[in-house]
Ligand binder design. Structure first.
Ligand SMILES: [Zn+2]
Length: 645
């Protein structure tokens, strides 16, 4: 083992979603493995830069140009079906020919072809018509557009083949992919959305994808175990917003609609087909039932059927109320909300219309906008987030005139943004950090202006490092904070040791490759490592790729009589002596007490050895068992390693 080359950091490289929203694609490197978190596209861009620039991965990690992608990327994980998280996957698997493992939940897989095909159609149609859409900015193409190897959009066949390559994973199921353990947790947000816990060689990373910390009318709240990851990569779309209570938001939404229809206006609500549409429909349906309103409410034709189909198929992913009622009283069979036909666009009188797509970049919502935007009696309510470059984004930033299809449109209708998009707000993100106790946090998927204040708050509140990389900025996250390599033993602990009449503790080693620890004694570096800082501090630890060394200096020799010193020649006595010291340490610490019995059990096996009469060695097999890991954590806890006092 070459101690000089101990790699003790996680490398993170965002190809998208770094200080930005759209084109989520984050690469993490843990030792020898590279994992891709999401493979999304940027909706606000209409050239090849809408896809992640995969070639950059080779450059940043010095990977030979000719190496195949399945030999570079060990695993691809997709958090949910939104295009900014999944839209570039067919491009990566079929144009770049990635054929390695890809995991996602079953609703996400079911919706992959639907989402990607929808996008493919919009792009293909706009290309055919050669229509230049002012709502999409023209940026210089990164690669030559007529290079047939890199088409602007994938084909229907590409999507089908990509679909076949995707494997599914169930919530809370742990799967081992070539040594990388993955486990998905419920994320709320949209149907099938999940957070991923990734564990490789004792290094844990949690990736939230998009998550929602509160339950709503049709989905539950995000939930994760207290996993204490080395790194938590969290979205922060609504980073510094603590949104008004849900009730107030909904009241405001209904008030806006009521006011518009009262003065004879029309309300256009652009939605994602399967995103927030169901939530708002349930809200409006209930309101219409209560007020017995005669004003028609429409939902883009075909969408209700499609949405209902998926929600029935994956009813287990919805909240308890929907789950218990879907057989008898289907929450998505609406009484007041009717399918819309295009002939209704020009009819007079008030109405409410839910239309796709949510960012108004094409399709029905854009068509209806063109007809309704002149009339100041009308209202546009955008309930979600609109990526830069889309018509929705332009309108939200206050544009009073837009050019669509080479025609100028004056925007006289009222434009409102009501954030119903199901992302965690600042409170939700801070709550997640508090609950899951990460050692480092990285913020992605958010505007830089919102990200930085949130990062500051996290640093202040939790005293941990927070990373906020931009796209194409490599970040190295030390596996544990450097400062924590050395600690001061508390006075209480010293007193306890004295009371136990123990004379000295030299150290302990956890090493999870049997017999390998013996090599350590020959290494000069090993001694240097342990001598480092040990004069100034009472304890010192170092984490290797495969284990830990902890050195504890507690010299209270003069308090003990010679007869109480263990016989250094007798190995068994020495082991026993160390065991007692560890036991005493564990007994002292509240959090460690519940692992004491596990520890004593471990002591009964032949796992213990001593090295140079100085170090207690706990031998284990290739990987720490959960029980052993628990004991190690407890000892770290007992030594206040996480909380330098
Ligand atoms: Zn999303």
């Amino acid at each position: 083992m070459d101690l000089k080359n101990v790699k003790d950091c996680i490398e993170v490289y965002p190809l998208g979603a770094g200080q930005d929203v759209g084109r989520s694609c984050i690469l993490i490197k843990i030792y020898d493995k590279i994992i891709m978190l999401d493979c999304g596209l940027h909706m606000g861009v209409n050239d090849l830069t809408r896809y992640p620039d995969f070639e950059k991965i080779k450059q940043i990690w010095n990977i030979p140009e000719k190496r195949k992608w399945d030999q570079i990327i060990d695993l691809v994980l997709i958090s949910h079906f939104h295009l900014d998280h999944i839209g570039a996957l067919p491009y990566f698997t079929e144009i770049y020919n990635y054929d390695g493992p890809i995991y996602m939940t079953s609703p996400t897989k079911a919706l992959l072809p639907y989402m990607c095909e929808d996008f493919r159609k919009v792009i293909t149609e706009s290309q055919k018509k050669e229509f230049t859409d002012d709502s999409i900015p023209q940026t210089p193409a990164q690669k030559i557009i007529n290079d047939s190897r890199y088409p602007l959009i994938y084909t229907q066949e590409n999507i089908q083949k990509c679909f076949q390559k995707a494997k599914t994973i169930q919530l809370l199921e742990t799967i081992d992919v070539n040594g990388i353990k993955i486990k998905p947790y419920y994320a709320g947000h949209v149907l099938g959305a999940c957070m991923f816990m990734i564990e490789y060689r004792n290094v844990k990373v949690v990736y939230t994808g998009d998550f929602h910390s509160n339950a709503d009318r049709h989905l539950g709240a995000a939930w994760i175990e207290k996993v204490k990851p080395d790194l938590l990569i969290s979205e922060c779309t609504y980073g510094t917003i603590i949104r008004d209570s849900k009730r107030a938001r909904e009241k405001n939404f209904l008030k806006q609609i009521q006011e518009t229809i009262d003065q004879g206006g029309k309300v256009l609500i652009p939605v994602f087909a399967l995103g927030r549409a169901q939530e708002l429909c349930i809200l409006l349906e209930t309101y219409w039932q209560r007020t017995q309103s005669q004003v028609p409410v429409y939902f883009a034709a075909g969408m209700i059927e499609k949405a209902n189909f998926y929600y029935k198929l994956f009813v287990n992913w919805t909240n308890e109320k929907i789950k218990s009622s879907y057989l008898t009283d289907n929450m998505f069979d609406f009484k007041y909300i009717k399918p819309f036909s295009r002939s209704l666009i020009k009819t007079n009188g008030p109405m409410v219309l839910f239309a796709t797509p949510g960012m108004l970049h094409a399709g029905l919502s854009m068509q209806v906008f063109k007809e309704w935007c002149y009339d100041e009696k009308n209202t546009l309510i955008i309930p979600g987030y609109c990526v830069a470059g889309t018509l929705g984004n332009k309108l939200l930033s206050g544009c009073k005139q837009v050019i669509l299809d080479k025609k100028v449109y004056d925007v006289n209708m009222q434009v409102k943004n009501m954030s119903f998009s199901a992302h965690a707000d600042a409170k939700g993100i801070l709550g997640l950090i508090k609950h899951c106790e990460p050692k480092n946090v990285m913020l992605v998927h958010g505007d830089v202006t919102r990200m930085m204040p949130l990062a500051e708050t996290i640093r202040d509140q939790f005293e941990i490092q927070v990373f906020t990389p931009a796209n194409f900025e490599l970040n190295k996250i030390p596996l544990m904070n450097e400062d924590n390599h050395s600690i001061k033993i508390t006075e209480d602990m010293k007193r306890e040791i004295e009371e136990q009449k123990m004379n000295e503790i030299n150290g302990l080693i956890f090493y999870n490759q049997d017999k390998q620890y013996q090599i350590l004694r020959d290494l000069e570096e090993f001694q240097q490592l342990l001598n480092q800082l040990s004069d100034e501090y009472d304890a010192y630890w170092h984490r290797f790729e495969t284990g830990y060394i902890i050195k504890i200096n507690l010299s209270v020799k003069n308090k003990c009589s010679d007869s109480q010193k263990p016989d250094l020649i007798d190995k068994n006595k020495l082991i026993n002596h160390y065991k007692q010291i560890l036991e005493a340490i564990l007994k002292m610490h509240e959090k460690a007490k519940d692992t004491l019995s596990d520890y004593l059990e471990l002591c009964n096996t032949d796992n213990f050895d001593v090295l140079d009469n100085e170090f207690l060695v706990i031998k284990t097999s290739q990987q720490f068992t959960p029980q052993q890991q628990k004991i190690i954590d407890s000892i770290f806890n007992a030594l206040n390693i996480y909380n330098n006092k």
